[in-house]
Unconditional design. Structure first.
Length: 90
């Protein structure tokens, strides 16, 4: 799962399995485009002044993140539900 936080608040959670582009607005005219494809998430475009979030590599593993400081945005990979244990091995 990809979890999106802006200004400290969770604004969305998206599955890595579904290819999609999500527009994340900031202020009146600002934006980041979150691109999810092939089990990875990246920022494909943004209008922030430094553009560092666009140059960060795609993320796909639990705990990895992409951060856009100007837009107060944190995009993080989080594990979904824990798989239920169906057997013990001694």
């Amino acid at each position: 799962m990809v979890t999106v936080h802006q200004d400290g608040q969770e604004i969305g959670t998206y599955p890595l399995e579904k290819e999609q582009t999500i527009s994340i607005p900031y202020g009146e005219d600002g934006y980041n485009l979150l691109f999810i494809s092939n089990g990875e998430a990246s920022i494909s475009d943004a209008d922030c002044p430094d553009g560092l979030c666009v140059r960060q590599r795609a993320i796909s593993h639990n705990g990895e993140s992409i951060i856009c400081l100007p837009h107060k945005l944190v995009i993080q990979i989080s594990a979904g539900k824990e798989k239920e244990l169906d057997a013990f091995i001694y």
